[in-house]
Design a protein around this ligand. Structure first.
Ligand SMILES: [Zn+2]
Length: 239
């Protein structure tokens, strides 16, 4: 299974496991390539139009609970890639998430500005997605973390300093600790949804944290400047 995401790519690597390839840019977030037209841009994207469990959704935070999700996150070396698309085929076993007794590996994280999931119809200015994959079934479990204006976020500050020019990447030159990107209180909303980018594949387990983390206004502005508006519109409400 291949994964495509549009945003700032933070590719997590340990060894030379990753294969990269780049595809032509078929889709985007506005105009002729915008989300409404995704289903007709390629036969591969039909699920974006006829899928039954599409993401993102509006979250009713009163339904959130403290799920028994085990995060085993630690400082890891990362590849930083500034904007574009990538296909990533192998995982990273440095950080894991345990859900329903199954261990998923963190393979990538990235950001959206504004948030994709909404809180009672309201967008946060930014959302982090931590993408995990089961090593055998290849099933995906994605943790969503809202980011609100507040104090400076130390991991984002380190990432900003390390960011290469657009279209370029760094290789294992920086370390991040993803646990610093999780809120202290981990109540979350679990639902079955999809990738929020083409091909909008379903069967993705979403765990959306309802307690946001903070980043400074300047940091949020910097990421928005880099990414533009890369949030797919809400697909469903009432959760
Ligand atoms: Zn995402």
């Amino acid at each position: 299974m291949t994964i495509q995401f549009s945003s700032l790519f933070l590719l997590l690597t340990r060894r030379a496991f990753f294969k990269f390839s780049f595809i032509s840019i078929l889709w985007g977030y506005d105009g002729d390539k915008g989300p409404i037209r995704w289903p007709i841009l390629s036969p591969d994207y039909h699920t974006c139009g006829d899928g039954q469990r599409q993401s993102p959704i509006d979250i009713d935070v009163t339904n959130a609970i403290a799920l028994p999700v085990g995060f085993d996150y630690r400082p890891i070396p990362i590849d930083l890639f500034n904007s574009g698309r990538t296909i990533q085929e192998t995982g990273n076993d440095g950080c894991t998430l345990t859900l329903d007794g199954e261990v998923y590996r963190l393979i990538q994280f990235h950001f959206h500005t504004p948030s994709e999931h909404t809180d009672g119809g309201i967008h946060y200015p930014m959302e982090l997605h931590l993408v995990h994959r089961h090593p055998v079934t290849k099933a995906l479990a994605v943790v969503g973390v809202w980011i609100q204006p507040g104090v400076e976020q130390s991991e984002l500050a380190a990432l900003s300093q390390a960011l290469p020019p657009t279209g370029e990447r760094t290789h294992n030159t920086h370390r991040v600790n993803p646990s610093n990107l999780l809120p202290a209180e981990q109540k979350m909303m679990r639902y079955s949804g999809s990738l929020t980018t083409p091909p909008c594949s379903e069967g993705v387990t979403w765990l959306v944290m309802v307690n946001p983390i903070e980043a400074s206004v300047g940091q949020i502005e910097q990421f928005h400047e880099l990414l533009g508006n890369n949030a797919r519109p809400i697909q469903r409400s009432g959760f």
